[in-house]
Ligand binder design. Structure first.
Ligand code: PLP
Length: 386
């Protein structure tokens, strides 16, 4: 049958030859995927049984990224989400029902705190913030309706290292699901599952993406029951991730090892520079003894990464700190971390229960620039502090 040109535009008879085995995962875009059998039409997200029903449940590119993250974290299943914050929301909505109680560390990522305070409360989920350093004493906060315990280690901005094995041991005794924001460790420097965590999430936006050019998240689990609960919500909330972004994240994974090694070394050198300055009260870097929970970091972590905070002494005013940050040339003022560019950020109020000297705290993210140039930049700006 001779086809009209309009039809040929849509249904060609020709295609490129098969057999191009690239080292890169192809970027498969798509909403509709053609189903093989009319007898066998079913709409379900469960990809381990039948991988492809519809693009929103994942294309080969998204599923490969998920499989790679699960493999690296030592788990069975992984969902890719549009960002780290979406991964956090997915975990809440999969495990917390109206009338249940959830424990969240006071040092949690800011948008996670706001989600809890502004929207979960509205859904009658009772979120209680706990001291991130309380370890096994969290037992005293467990109620009959506690369903979920969040951990984040190190904590956002204030960098407290949590005793995850002690917390997960308490949770396990009461059948409570534990979730960890494992973004700092890129899923590799802290092994969530061997420390008793049930659900691990990351902002792939940070070290996996690694170049400040995408937003993605992951939620990883070992147990089939948790996978089922998460998958249902993942589908129905419409948490689809772009295959193009997933392709960039797959590329990011290939260089993450060398980036992390380099970033660890540079960040340590810069943290040590700060700890030698008389204007600095404390350096909150997990590998330094001045970081709360440092001993637990030494016990449980394989290394440190690019982000840490500096608390200046009481003699240094908020205005001096603003001037100092403004004088930096290499360290750009920006949210986020884990990319190739050095960043700096200050905060006025973290909204935490515990009092934090926020106005004297500055967070740094070290990038891949030469460490000598970065220290020279800090030295040049230092005069603004005096
Ligand atoms: C950045 C970040 C998130 C959120 O990730 P997005 O991809 O920006 O939504 C969550 N948790 C931590 C610890 C983060 O640093």
């Amino acid at each position: 049958m001779a086809l009209d040109w309009q039809t040929k535009l849509i249904q060609p008879a020709v295609s490129a030859p098969h057999g191009f085995y690239s080292l890169a995962t192809p970027t498969f875009r798509g909403s509709t995927t053609i189903l093989p059998s009319a007898a066998d039409v079913a709409d379900h997200w469960v990809q381990i049984q039948r991988p492809y029903r519809y693009g929103s449940y994942g294309t080969p590119t998204t599923l490969e990224l998920g499989a790679r993250i699960a493999e690296i974290e030592g788990a069975e299943h992984c969902f890719i989400t549009p960002g780290g914050q979406a991964a956090i929301a997915l975990i809440y909505l999969a495990f917390a029902n109206a009338g249940t109680h959830v424990l969240v560390p006071d040092s949690v990522y800011g948008s996670s705190r706001e989600l809890a305070q502004r929207h979960l409360k509205r859904l009658d989920i009772d979120v209680e913030f706990y001291d991130p350093l309380m370890g096994g004493a969290i037992q005293s906060l467990i109620r009959n309706n506690t369903r979920l315990i969040w951990c984040e280690s190190p904590g956002s901005i204030t960098m407290e290292i949590q005793d995850i094995p002690a917390i997960t041991a308490v949770a396990r005794r009461s059948g409570i699901v534990t979730a960890l924001d494992n973004t700092y460790s890129a899923g590799v420097l802290f092994h969530a599952f061997s420390h008793g965590i049930d659900v691990s999430m990351q902002a792939l936006t940070k070290y996996v993406g690694g170049h400040s050019d995408l937003c993605l998240g992951s939620v990883t689990v070992r147990q089939a029951e948790l996978y089922r609960q998460l998958g249902d919500v993942h589908q129905l909330l419409g948490m689809y991730a772009s295959p193009d972004d997933c392709s960039l994240a797959l590329r990011g994974l290939q260089t993450m090892g060398v980036r992390l090694s380099h970033l660890e070394e540079s960040a340590l050198a810069i943290a040590r520079f700060f700890s030698e300055q008389p204007e600095v009260h404390a350096v909150l870097h997990p590998a330094l003894a001045s970081c709360p929970g440092h001993a637990i970091w030494s016990r449980d972590f394989r290394g440190s990464t690019s982000v840490f905070s500096v608390v200046f002494t009481e003699r240094i005013s908020r205005e001096a700190i603003v001037r100092f940050i403004q004088s930096l040339k290499m360290f750009k003022l920006g949210f986020g971390w884990g990319g190739v560019t050095s960043l700096v950020m200050r905060y006025d109020d973290l909204g935490r229960a515990a009092s934090v000297p926020t106005e004297r705290l500055v967070r740094f993210n070290v990038g891949l620039e030469s460490v000598e140039d970065l220290i020279a930049d800090l030295r040049a700006a230092w005069t603004a502090l005096r």
